[in-house]
Design a protein around this ligand. Structure first.
Ligand code: IPD
Ligand code: CA
Ligand code: CA
Ligand code: CA
Length: 265
């Protein structure tokens, strides 16, 4: 498999998909918003059309490739054998609907279960974070450098406010301690964006109690190239076969956060 050729093709269709999403704002009335599992879980026709666009393009490129997309528009692969694209056509759908910004296209390309190419694309800013396994990671044309040492007191972390109020997943008091210890917290509403910020040092950690394979499939490939550590909250490698807890962090604070501030119920 020629990774360079696959990388060029992936970038081309991501940028084209981004242009199509932007164009949808000019015919605003055609964005149809529906809810999925809860009133806060949104999907639009643009999420589905974007996923369909990727599926058609990828099958034209190579019909043996398999696609796992959030909106289930294609046939879900039964294994990770061969080339598997894990796609979130719009990560941050609520931002897309409400703010018309701060939403990402994110894609991970796996070959026989091994992450090879990872992309997080900020559609409105036209900013691409990406990696080629073993060769490095980039932010547009600039190489991303390895993450540098820092203390927990200097860290700025991404976390959703719902995890620091009483919840079924975690001892939220410990997370309140973490929030009082770090320099600052942020909540951007797109897991892929928060992962992109960790790999580029704009955030030092991001914590979530529930993410799906398409939220993290691209980001964890980029993480490896810059030395960011991505695990579930038990410290194990993220499981791409279903939803799981998630912590990505600068390598100098990852273990400390797990040991001192995470207590699952
Ligand atoms: C969601 C966003 C959000 C995260 C949710 C995800 P979606 O993805 O990444 O930030 O908190 O868990 O489901 O549904 O907008 O693709
Ligand atoms: Ca969704
Ligand atoms: Ca998502
Ligand atoms: Ca999505």
């Amino acid at each position: 498999m020629d990774l360079k050729q696959l990388d060029a093709f992936a970038k081309e269709i991501i940028i084209e998909a981004g242009k199509r999403i932007c164009a949808s704002f000019s015919y605003d009335l055609e964005v149809e918003v529906e809810t999925k599992s809860s009133p806060n879980d949104l999907v639009t026709n643009i999420d589905r059309e974007t996923e369909m666009f990727f599926i058609e393009q990828i099958y034209q490129f190579d019909p043996t490739h398999k696609i796992l997309g959030e909106e289930g528009m294609g046939e879900h692969p039964d294994s990770m054998d061969g080339v598997v694209w894990i796609i979130d056509p719009i990560d941050g759908t609520m931002n897309f609907v409400k703010q018309h910004r701060h939403f990402m296209i994110t894609i991970g390309i796996y070959i026989d279960g091994v992450g090879k190419l990872g992309y997080i694309y900020d559609v409105m800013r036209e900013d691409m974070f990406y990696a080629i396994a073993g060769e490095g990671a980039w932010y547009n044309d600039s190489p991303l450098r390895k993450l540098q040492p820092l203390t927990i007191e200097e860290a700025v972390i991404g976390i959703n406010a719902s995890w620091v109020t009483p919840n079924r997943k975690i001892n939220h008091e410990k997370l309140i301690d973490l929030i009082h210890t770090v320099r600052g917290t942020r909540s951007y509403g797109s897991a892929a964006m928060e992962i992109a910020f960790v790999v580029s040092g704009k955030l030092d950690a991001y914590i979530s109690m529930r993410l799906a394979p398409w939220d993290i499939g691209g980001g964890i490939i980029i993480a490896k190239e810059v030395g960011a550590i991505a695990t579930n909250l038990n410290g194990q490698a993220p499981d791409l076969s279903g939803s799981d807890t998630f912590l990505i962090a600068n390598p100098y604070i990852h273990q400390l956060i797990l040991e001192h501030y995470i207590e699952e119920k």
